[in-house]
Design a protein around this ligand. Structure first.
Ligand code: GDP
Ligand code: MG
Length: 223
């Protein structure tokens, strides 16, 4: 079973892998492009060639490097395997608030992640396209309640209007930092340093260098 590699380096910076999951066309690529490059495209975005984008944050004086993994459209062919999300510290499960089916798909992803990674991964569920509130078909209470029951946070986002996205990644990063710190402490105490409050952190750098993939187009019809 893959374990997470959220790492605290000796310099006190954090490296995390975050995967975006969700049905095709819910806005995964739009959310990551808005977050990292502050761009939005009304058409389906085909300009992203990398399989992940990096975002650097400073949280409470600590440097945090997020590698945010977007799919190259494989979700359309149900072809996303564990290779995509293994070693992830966090997952953002996205659905489209105007598409009930995309919310049901989130539940499948939660089951899959829990089965493969246990509770080692920080989960965030996000209802995207809240600018289309009038066309909402997924009830807010239902989504928030579901997130609660599986230990995930829930956010309301719009890549189009740039709503909720910074908040989502900030909150997720904070949770991943807390978890990484707990794991480091456990590691330190299991090495016989339980009495020390000072952390002698083991440096494990997480090298992500899978080949960049060319993004194929999806969403022939813009939603
Ligand atoms: P992906 O297949 O999950 O990566 O989805 P895309 O990012 O390609 O987006 C699919 C379609 O939804 C595109 O036409 C986007 O412009 C549109 N879209 C994405 N986010 C939003 C949003 O917040 N609001 C609205 N109205 N449209 C969005
Ligand atoms: Mg996409």
């Amino acid at each position: 079973m893959a374990s997470t590699t959220g790492t605290v380096s000796s310099s006190g910076s954090y490296n995390f892998k975050v995967v975006l999951l969700g049905e095709g066309c819910v806005g995964k690529t739009s959310v990551v492009l808005r977050y990292v490059e502050d761009k939005f495209n009304d058409k389906h975005v085909t300009t992203l060639h990398a399989s992940f984008l990096n975002k650097k944050l400073n949280i409470g004086g600590k440097r945090v490097n997020l590698s945010i993994w977007d799919t190259a459209g494989q979700e359309r062919f149900h072809a996303l395997g564990p290779i995509y999300y293994r070693m992830s510290n966090g997952a953002v499960l996205l659905y489209d608030i105007t598409d009930e089916d995309s919310f049901q798909k989130v539940k499948n992803w939660v089951k899959e992640l829990k089965k493969m990674l246990g509770s080692d991964i920080c989960l965030t569920i996000a209802g995207n396209k809240v600018d289309l509130e009038k066309q909402r078909t997924v009830a807010v209470e239902e989504a928030e309640e579901y997130a609660n029951t599986v230990g995930a946070k829930h956010f309301h986002t719009s890549a189009k209007m740039n709503r909720g996205i910074e908040e989502l990644f900030l909150e997720l990063s904070q949770r991943m930092m807390e978890r990484a710190q707990v794991q480091e402490n456990e590691r330190a105490s299991s090495l016989g340093r339980a009495g020390s409050t000072r952390r002698n952190v083991v440096v494990v750098e997480d090298e992500e260098d899978e080949a960049a993939q060319t993004k194929s187009s999806c969403c022939g019809v813009a939603s």
